[in-house]
Design a protein. Structure first.
Lengths: 432, 316
């Protein structure tokens, strides 16, 4: 996928495999995924993943490609969801005759309409003004959703039934797996469209405006127009994601357009990496996995996500994809092997330290949250009492030993890293 | 009618001045660093929780002093080791950092203190009605909040305009390089102002905790409102923040107190509407209902028509 990651202009005569390879792999991957992970929970997770991938990619059209930090992107997602669920009900009552599969289009259209309205005044400037307007609009719509009950359904939201409407090829979306293929198809189309958008002259101008808006004005482009078009496209795709959400869950509530959802999409896009096209995809996949898998094992998963987010912003502003991209120069020089041993030497103590810290946090949480008199708890299958001294000593020693050992191993890792990237004077990775 | 206006006015001023305590720190921090601190309301929440924990052991009054100092120290640490580090990645990263910090602080507060509302009460000395007006009590604690807020406002004004420290701060805000050339430690000034701003937010939390409730969502409730104030007043303008705080405070209390709706307006013009039309929610819209969205409406309108805010000199 490194070709998608690399946003520099490629040569025109790239080979067929290089040009279409990643897409064919993506298509095959989407088709065979349910055969590998076939349990109900896995299909549920993958459905959510697909929706979030589209949502996060549309967000990155603003943040990563256009340099616009939005705190209200969930508005377009949520409105798309509401519109779709209303159309779902129209189909059920046979006011309109449409197959369910095209429903997200209506979500996209309302997202687009709203983006046109809001974008007409908010894209004048980027930076803080844009961020504040997006925040204001977000709060405005979220608050009005509780007032205009006819459209937003108040606190209980609007629900529908996705099995209605004309049936093609026996697919009536009664099962989650059918919804999976619908989401996969939409995801494939929208990922492709958004990728193509980023390669058009328009997409390139969005990058230029992000990097230096004054200069683009001197060349003769209107920064406002460029931002406006990006903003509208982004709203459209967010609406499609919202429509898919409506089909998948058959209910849309105020929660889907409030500040929390806006925060979540920022979080996953940033963790994935805003500088790369596939960054938001990685972010959406990782975040959904954290949300569904981690929340099964611990109640304080949001704390871990928060820590991870802040650490990402502080130390790896390129995101998870950036970490991979950092290794491309070493990989090109076939020196990746020389990094394996140093990574293991630094990684093992780090894992020990983390397990100590996590154990400590989990035990504290258990002591506070457990019922009166209930002292027994189990961590990775080990049963113990939280009122004994020994477990506390163990986790503290793990954390301390891990921390000290990690510190001793860092210099050799740095040395190995510099050696692996030696001929290149800098290791800035494939940032764009 | 008069008593309604009287009490709404008083309550509006109390709310407005409380908001100003938050907004003043935020706007000072913005004018220094050019970064809107999303975690500012989280410092307010931390103030309330710290004061609650302290009040369990030594009572309300020591908490009034100690909790803001703790919050201020924490804020200074955040600036020194967080924000200053993230600065190298640019403005957007700084904004996102404070956003992430707000998220993290909320999670940490839930982790340490739990999700339920804490029983953090005003001291017994202040649990009486100060005066009774048309059969309605005005609690003494609100008067106390009013006094503290006014005291802080006057102190802030004096320190910033009359003292040497205030002079250096103003110089560091407008001409950081020149001030550094003259031998002042500008990063230290920044850290100090960030710390004091956080401490003010913490103090607001200490005195608002008993009145508005101490719960993990209290930062979110106030957070975006404070942003509205800072932007409406004009980013970096202390006077603007003061006026905007009062406007928002009064706007909210009056909108809740005055129960008028669109249907009243329509009735005045003898217009009747169908009760089951799709726009029925619009016709029955009442002022208390729209109270929560008024500040945001104001924000968006100000940003469209006057991006500098009411008193701001520079565009955001």
């Amino acid at each position: 996928m490194s070709d998608i990651a690399n946003t520099s202009t490629g040569e025109i005569s790239v080979s067929f495999a290089k040009r279409f390879g990643p897409w064919i792999v993506l298509a095959i991957g989407l088709v065979i995924m349910p055969f590998i992970f076939s349990s109900n929970i896995a299909v549920y997770t993958m459905n959510l993943m697909g929706i979030f991938i589209i949502f996060a990619l549309s967000y990155n059209m603003l943040l990563g490609q256009g340099g616009m930090l939005s705190f209200g992107h969930a508005v377009y997602f949520g409105l798309g969801g509401f519109m779709s669920v209303h159309f779902m009900n129209y189909i059920e009552y046979e006011i309109v005759v449409l197959p369910m599969a095209v429903l997200p289009i209506f979500g996209g259209i309302i997202g687009l309409i709203f983006a046109i309205i809001v974008g007409s005044f908010s894209t004048r400037r980027a930076g803080t003004v844009f961020a504040m307007i997006s925040l204001g609009i977000g709060e405005l719509i979220a608050a009005s959703s509780l007032i205009f009950v006819a459209f937003f359904g108040g606190e209980e939201g609007v629900s529908g039934d996705r099995t209605m409407g004309p049936v093609f090829f026996d697919v009536d979306f009664a099962q989650d797996i059918q919804v999976y293929y619908l989401i996969a198809a939409w995801a494939f189309i929208t990922i492709g469209l958004m990728y193509l958008f980023s390669r058009t002259p328009m997409g390139r101008m969005a990058n230029a405006v992000r990097d230096n808006d004054e200069r683009t004005e001197f060349i003769g482009y209107s920064q406002r127009k460029v931002r406006f078009i990006s903003f509208c496209a982004s709203g459209f795709f967010a609406g499609i994601a919202g429509g898919l959400f409506a089909i998948n869950f058959e209910i849309v509530t105020e929660e889907n357009l409030n500040a929390l959802t806006s925060g979540v999409v920022l979080l996953m896009t940033y963790i994935g990496g805003v500088g790369f096209f596939i960054g938001p995809i990685v972010g959406a996949v990782v975040f959904t996995l954290l949300q569904t898998v981690l929340s099964n094992h611990t109640e304080i998963w949001q704390l871990y996500v928060g820590v991870m987010f802040v650490l990402t912003v502080m130390y790896v502003p390129q995101g998870l994809t950036g970490i991979f991209a950092m290794h491309i120069p070493a990989y090109r020089m076939s020196r990746l092997g020389s990094l394996v041993v140093p990574y293991i030497r630094a990684g093992v103590p780090t894992l020990i330290m983390l397990s100590g810290i996590v154990g400590f946090l989990e035990m504290i949480h258990h002591v506070r949250a457990a019922a009166q008199g209930e002292h027994g708890m189990s961590l990775i299958g080990i049963e113990f009492s939280t009122h004994a001294v020994m477990p506390w000593v163990v986790v503290c020693v793990l954390a301390a030993v891990g921390a000290v050992a990690t510190k001793t191993q860092l210099p050799q890792l740095r040395e190995a890293w510099e050696e692996a990237n030696a001929p290149m004077q800098s290791n800035e990775g494939a940032s764009s | 009618m008069f008593e309604l206006i009287f009490f709404s006015l008083l309550n509006g001023i109390v709310t407005g001045l409380l908001l100003f305590m938050l907004a003043s720190g935020l706007t000072l921090i913005f004018s220094m660093m050019g970064v809107l601190n999303f975690a500012h309301a989280s410092f307010y929440m931390l103030g309330a929780y710290f004061a609650y924990t302290i009040s369990l052991y030594v009572g309300f009054w020591p908490g009034l002093i100690i909790a803001p100092i703790l919050v201020g120290l924490f804020g200074a640490l955040v600036e020194r080791y967080g924000l200053r580090y993230v600065h190298r990645w640019g403005h957007v990263a700084e904004l996102i950092f404070t956003f992430g910090l707000a998220f993290l602080i909320e999670e940490v507060v839930q982790f340490i203190w739990g999700k339920d509302t804490k029983a953090y009460h005003e001291p017994e000395v202040l649990q009486f009605a100060l005066f009774n007006f048309f059969g309605q009590d005005f609690p003494a604690y609100k008067a106390f909040m009013l006094l503290v807020s006014i005291g802080i406002f006057i102190m802030l004004l004096l320190v910033l305009t009359r003292s040497r420290v205030g002079l250096i701060i103003q110089a560091a805000i407008s001409q950081p390089n020149m001030t550094a050339m003259l031998g002042h430690n500008v990063p230290l000034v920044f850290m100090g102002v960030f710390g004091v701003g956080s401490a003010l937010a913490g103090l607001a939390g200490v005195i608002a905790g008993p009145a508005l409730g101490t719960f993990p969502g209290m930062a979110v409730v106030l957070g975006s409102i404070v942003f509205v104030i800072v932007v409406v007043g004009g980013l970096g303008s202390l006077g603007g923040a003061f006026v905007a705080s009062l406007i928002i405070g009064l706007l909210q209390t009056f909108a809740i107190a005055l129960d008028y709706s669109v249907s009243d307006l329509l009735a005045a013009f003898n217009i009747t509407t169908a009760p089951d039309s799709a726009l029925r929610d619009l016709w029955t819209l009442s002022l208390p209902q729209v109270a929560p969205i008024l500040p945001y409406l104001l924000l968006v309108l100000i940003l469209i028509f006057r991006p500098t805010g009411l008193f701001g000199k520079r565009e955001t």
